[in-house]
Design a protein around this ligand. Sequence first.
Ligand code: CU
Length: 117
Amino acid sequence: MALSAALAGACGSDDGPGADATPATSLEVRARNLQFDRRTLTAVADSEISLRLVNEDAGVPHNVAIYGSRGGEPIYVGETFSGNDTRDYVFQSSAAGDYFFRCDVHPDSMTGTFAVR
Ligand SMILES: [Cu+2]
């Protein structure tokens, strides 16, 4: 709890839908300076999910792809595009569980947990 509280504080009022532990069908993550602005996205299980990627890195390609686990099989691979630009990815969420998301262009530095509840 202490860690999540610290992260929430660090992100301040920029936190959008899905930033906390409350499951949502509409999520947003920003890419800036080769990092995502959050470590966890929390989605509703077995639902149509709209995930917005705001790419604020001008001329740098990013995407969001969801995997069963780190190094596992892809579940959904969002289109890669260069900033500054935005895409709305729409896909069906899986059963409840902890999944993994990353940018496929920067798989070492841009990663997080895709929590489905
Ligand atoms: Cu990237």
